[in-house]
Design a protein around this ligand. Structure first.
Ligand code: COA
Length: 258
């Protein structure tokens, strides 16, 4: 249980609201655990026919909590001590329940890669998607090394991953990452209406359709492969420099790392 994820159930929709606005909804290990458990739990709850993910505050999420990355880098936290992001991304990768996302403002890192596991995505006009893994000396996760190029093509995906290209709402819609771009004030209602519409459909037909469209086993295997590289990169000197630069509010300098 964490106050940073609000969980409600109504009209067949399980709503998960990211609620750590003072830290721009940076995802802590507790938040990943709460989200993952809620998504896994939905599979066995006949009252839940659809999951809706949304966020309080001025952005969807600033991605993984950089303090916990830093703790692994410095040796304060052993990587094996925590489920970390895998609690959320694996639950999404194997989810049988459809997932709808309502994204306002920035969606950084896993904030964007999780959208590739969502079945309907609504973006507010101010949405901005970034996957700055390489800027942090890290590598793609959440099976995004296959799901992002599959969705938008290799060249665009490489630019997002390696150059840190930021993709605004209109571009994300045009590239097939999202269903629609809506005014900020209409975002929640629009996404909720879609989630309730999904929830009203025949549940087995919906679940089979989703399963046929997804390649869960392949995603979970790729997440493991990515995770091994991600874990190794977290401990490198180049990652230490990237995290120090964020903490010290300066640009990183990778010219001296070998
Ligand atoms: N992890 C931990 N803390 C974070 C965070 C993150 N990912 N993102 C933001 N915060 C914290 C800031 O340290 C700051 O804390 P403070 O008030 O105690 O100083 C607070 O949230 C507000 O952030 P701030 O940077 O002032 O907000 P902003 O609106 O100017 O910028 C971002 C927002 C998202 C552009 C910026 O915070 C950012 O780049 N964050 C890191 C994103 C990232 O690299 N995530 C990992 C991806 S794998």
């Amino acid at each position: 249980m964490t106050e940073h994820v609000l969980i409600e159930k109504a009209n067949g929709v399980l709503t998960l609201t990211l609620n750590r606005p003072d830290k721009k909804n940076a995802l802590s290990n507790e938040m990943y655990g709460a989200l993952g458990d809620a998504i896994d739990g939905a599979a066995d709850d006949p009252e839940v026919r659809c999951i809706l993910i949304q966020a309080n505050g001025d952005m969807f999420t600033s991605g993984n909590d950089l303090a916990s990355f830093q703790a692994v880098n410095s040796g304060e936290a052993a990587q094996g001590d925590r489920r970390g992001g895998s609690a959320l991304i694996q639950a999404l990768g194997r989810a049988k329940t459809p997932v709808v996302a309502a994204v306002n403002g920035r969606a950084v890192g896993v904030g964007t890669t999780m959208l590739l596991h969502c079945d309907l995505v609504f973006l507010a006009e101010d949405a901005l998607l970034t996957t700055p893994f390489v800027n942090l000396a890290l590598v793609p996760e959440a099976a995004s090394s296959i799901t992002l190029p599959a969705r938008i093509g290799h060249a665009r995906a490489f630019s997002m991953f390696v150059l840190g290209e930021a993709v605004d709402a209109r571009k994300a819609e045009a590239w097939g990452i999202a269903n629609a771009v809506v005014p900020v004030g209409e975002l929640r209602a629009r996404a909720r209406a879609a989630a309730e519409a999904v929830a009203a459909k025949p549940p087995s037909a919906v679940a089979i359709t989703k399963a046929l469209m997804r390649e869960s086993e392949r995603y979970l295997a790729r997440m493991q492969e990515e995770g091994a590289h991600f874990g190794a990169q977290l401990k490198t000197a180049e990652a230490a420099e990237a995290f120090a630069a964020f903490r010290e509010k300066r640009a990183p300098d990778f010219s001296k790392v070998s």
